[in-house]
Design a protein around this ligand. Structure first.
Ligand code: 1CP
Length: 349
C-alpha cells in the first residue's frame, strides 16, 4: 500500500511528507480539457463514471501523488435535489432553480444518494480497480457551503442572500441545513461503502460567517456528519476556508485531520491543535503561477514551519487554478518528497 497519506492522517511515522492537491484533476491539465470536451460538458463528465474515473487518474499518471480524489463536485447534491446545475463558461456554477423562498425549502426532497448520485459510487468503484495501492479520497461540501450556493443561485463575492436568509428566517435556514446534513451524511456513507479510503468536507464559505454563526450554521452540522460517520472507521478531513481563527473549535468536532488555508501559519496551527489532529496544507495556490525557485522556497518554508514530527499532509491552501503550468506541479510534488525525507529521518532517531 502506498500508505503515506493515510499514515500521516493518523499521525503515524512516514518516510516522506505525503502530498496531494485540491482540484488536482482539472482545467490546468490539457488531457482534462480533452476529456471534458469528449463528455460534452462538465456535468456530463461528472455523471459518466468511465470519464470521471479517467480524469481522476490523469494527475496520478503525471505526478507521484500520495492520494487520488474522486472527480466530482460538491454541487452534485443540490443538483440531485432538483436545483439543476450547469457550469457556465467564465461565470461558474449556476442553478436553474435556486431557492427563492421558504416554501421551496419545505418542499425540498432529501436525496437518496444510492439512486440519485449512484454515478459517483460507480466512478469510485472504477477508480479503486485502477488505483492499485494509492488511497482514494471521497468528499462533499459542508451543509452551509451547499446552502450558500443553493440560495445564491451560483457563486458570489459576499453570499449576502444566504446570510440575509439566516438572519431573517433562521428556522427555514436550519431546516435547509438539516436536510443537507442528512443528504451529505448518506452521500459520504455511500462513497465509503463504494471504496473511499478517507473523506473530506469542503466548507469553502464558512469563513464568511461571524464566529457564533460559524458555530451554529456550519460547525455544528459538520460535527453531526462526523459523528454519524464515526462507526465506519474511515479517517476524515475538515477544511474551512477562512477558519484559521477557529482552529481550536474545529479540532473538537472529531475529524482526523484539518485542512488549512494559506492565511494560516502552519507552525502556530501545529502548536494549537497539532497534538490532536493531522494538518493538511497550506501553500498559497498563486505561488504555483510563479517560478520553480519561488515554489521551492515557499514549499520549504511550510515544511520547515511544520518541522519535525508526524501528521503533516502537504497541499495547497485552496484549489489549484486553471492557469498553472503542469510542470510546476511536478516540481512541487518531487521537491516536497525529496526535501521532507531529512525531516522524517530526524524524527525517527
Ligand atoms: O471544467 C471546468 O471548467 C470545471 C471546473 C470544476 C472542476 C474541475 C468545477 C466547477 N468543479 C471541479 C471539480 C471539483 N470540485 C473537485 C474535483 C476533485 C479534485 O480534483 O479536487 C472538487 C473536490 C471540487 C469541490 C468544489 N466545487 C468546491 C470545494 C473546494 C473549493 O475549491 O473551494 C467548490 C466551492 C465547488 C464549486 C465549484 N464547482 C466548479 C467551480 C468552478 C466551483 C467554484 C465556484 C466558486 O468559485 O464559487
Amino acid at each position: 500500500m502506498k500508505d503515506r497519506f493515510l499514515r500521516a492522517l493518523k499521525k503515524q511515522p512516514v518516510d516522506k511528507t505525503p502530498i496531494w492537491l485540491m482540484r488536482q484533476a482539472g482545467r490546468y491539465l490539457p488531457e482534462y480539457r480533452a476529456t471534458r470536451e469528449k463528455a460534452g460538458n462538465f456535468l456530463a463528465l461528472c455523471k459518466t463514471p468511465e470519464l470521471a474515473c479517467e480524469v481522476t487518474l490523469q494527475p496520478l499518471r503525471r505526478y507521484d501523488l500520495d492520494a487520488a480524489i474522486i472527480f466530482s463536485d460538491i454541487l452534485t447534491i443540490p443538483d440531485a435535489m432538483g436545483l439543476e446545475l450547469s457550469l457556465v463558461e467564465n461565470v461558474g456554477p449556476v442553478f436553474n432553480n435556486p431557492i427563492k423562498n421558504t416554501h421551496q425549502i419545505k418542499q425540498l426532497d432529501i436525496v437518496d444518494p444510492s439512486d440519485d448520485l449512484g454515478y459517483v459510487a460507480k466512478a469510485i468503484k472504477l477508480v479503486k480497480k485502477e488505483l492499485n495501492d494509492t488511497p482514494l479520497i471521497g468528499f462533499a461540501g459542508s451543509p452551509w457551503t451547499l446552502a450558500a450556493y443553493m440560495v445564491e443561485g451560483g457563486s458570489s463575492r459576499d453570499f449576502a442572500k444566504v446570510k440575509k436568509l439566516s438572519y431573517n428566517d433562521p428556522d427555514s435556514m436550519h431546516l435547509l441545513l438539516q436536510k443537507l446534513t442528512v443528504a451529505v451524511t448518506s452521500y459520504l456513507k455511500m462513497q465509503i461503502q463504494a471504496g473511499a479510503d478517507a473523506v473530506m468536507l469542503f466548507d469553502t464559505w464558512g469563513g464568511l460567517l461571524s464566529q457564533s454563526d460559524y458555530v451554529s450554521l456550519s460547525l455544528n452540522y459538520m460535527e453531526k456528519i462526523l459523528l454519524s460517520l464515526e462507526p465506519l472507521g474511515i479517517p476524515t478531513i475538515v477544511f474551512t476556508k477562512g477558519g484559521g481563527m477557529w482552529l481550536e473549535k474545529i479540532s473538537r468536532i472529531g475529524s482526523t485531520g484539518i485542512g488549512l488555508d494559506w492565511m494560516t501559519d502552519i507552525k502556530v496551527a501545529k502548536q494549537i491543535i497539532g497534538h490532536k489532529v493531522a494538518l493538511q496544507g497550506n501553500l498559497d495556490p498563486t505561488i504555483m503561477l510563479t517560478t520553480k525557485a519561488i515554489i521551492e522556497k515557499e514549499a520549504k518554508n511550510i515544511l520547515d514551519s511544520y518541522g519535525i514530527g508526524n501528521g503533516h499532509i502537504f497541499n495547497l491552501g485552496h484549489g489549484i487554478t486553471p492557469d498553472v503550468p503542469p510542470e510546476n506541479v511536478k516540481y512541487l510534488v518531487d521537491f516536497v518528497h525529496s526535501y521532507s525525507q531529512q525531516l522524517h529521518a530526524q524524527s525517527s532517531i
